[in-house]
Design a protein around this ligand. Structure first.
Ligand SMILES: O=C(O)CCC(=O)C(=O)O
Ligand SMILES: [Fe+2]
Length: 326
């Protein structure tokens, strides 16, 4: 790990980056990602030219849509709210709407473990027939992309290229396959509540129906679908490990009354016993770490208890300078 704060890498001039509708586009074929350190980076990112074939994405998206279109009785055997199951289908979310317990979200979803493919593919459904092979190809390609991005981000931060690999992203690889049917009155509910994802980053395919919104400077901004792009959201662990340099993105999904929407989110988690703490090389401002060390296992409990709420989760791990704790 390099000890000094990175200078602007000479590669930064080669970055393909354009700002568009509040999103920053990254082309991972081009060297280290330069974040303009010093300005916490809160916006959403979309990645293009990412090397995951359009046909690979399209094949799995079609198979997943076919799965959701099957009659309820064919999906019933998979229904479960046991979070440890390697393949399960559920509806709404485990979090209650507005925390008063009053409502449900407009979402069905599959949650599955997808890597290593050989270990988990026997848990995936036999119908539709394309589900298993298309998921195997998609999961393999997206994991490769995520690893590439993690390497580029580490380099952009002046860390060893391999910094985020190993146990920080070597635990379960989960996938949320979200299905939002058309909603007769989108003003009454959300597809998915405001939350930040857990890991360093998540890789999201949202197809061509809009619905994802990210919070930027206190306002919800629609993350407009871009053909064949992936949305990259930094999660809580990225914020903690970078000592607040790369902030987690609060996001939510809204519904619409005319078209169903499918999103596929790939989530590479740390090992349960992975110790998480700010990277020493990034603890620069007066040498003050902003977060205490903890095990990922402990983080999971806090995340569930705080219903994924950004500040409620983070405040359990923040170190408050003396005299500033509210
Ligand atoms: O549907 C979306 O665009 C968002 C999904 C999401 O944030 C998640 O599954 O964590
Ligand atoms: Fe999310």
């Amino acid at each position: 790990m390099r000890s000094s704060r990175p200078a602007k890498s000479s590669a930064s001039s080669r970055h393909a980056r354009t700002h568009h509708r509040n999103c920053l586009f990254i082309d991972p074929r081009h060297s280290a990602i330069d974040f303009g350190l010093g300005t916490p980076w809160m916006c959403c990112k979309q990645v293009v030219n990412h090397g995951v074939g359009d046909e690979v994405v399209g094949a799995f998206r079609s198979a997943a849509a076919e799965f959701f279109a099957m009659p309820a009785e064919e999906k019933l055997p998979y229904y479960s709210d046991d979070l440890t199951k390697p393949f399960r289908v559920d509806t709404s979310t485990t979090y209650v709407l507005d925390r008063s317990g009053g409502g449900r979200y407009w979402r069905d979803y599959i949650q599955l473990q997808c890597f290593p493919v050989d270990r988990f593919s026997q848990d995936w459904p036999a119908e539709p027939a394309a589900f298993v092979p298309s998921l195997a190809a998609y999961a393999t390609a997206v994991r490769t992309l995520a690893a590439t991005l993690l390497g580029l981000i580490a380099e952009g931060l002046g860390l060893e290229e391999s910094f985020f690999r190993g146990e920080l992203s070597g635990g379960w690889t989960l996938m949320n396959v979200n299905w939002y049917p058309p909603c007769p009155d989108p003003s009454l509910t959300l597809g998915l509540l405001p939350h930040c994802d857990r890991p360093l980053l998540t890789v999201l395919s949202q197809g061509d129906v809009s619905g994802l919104q990210a919070k930027h400077k206190g306002r919800w901004i629609a993350v407009q679908p871009v053909p064949n792009a992936f949305v990259i959201n930094f999660g809580h662990l990225m914020e903690i490990v970078t000592n607040g340099l790369l902030q987690s993105v609060e996001h939510r999904a809204v519904t619409n009354s005319s078209a169903a929407r499918l999103s596929v989110v790939t989530i590479m988690l740390p090992d349960m016993d992975c110790r998480i703490e700010p990277a020493p090389a990034l603890v620069t401002e007066g040498g003050q770490a902003k977060f205490r060390p903890f095990l990922f296992r402990e983080f999971n409990e806090a995340y569930a208890a705080a219903a994924a709420n950004r500040e409620d989760v983070l405040q359990r791990f923040r170190i408050y300078p003396a005299g500033t704790m509210e």
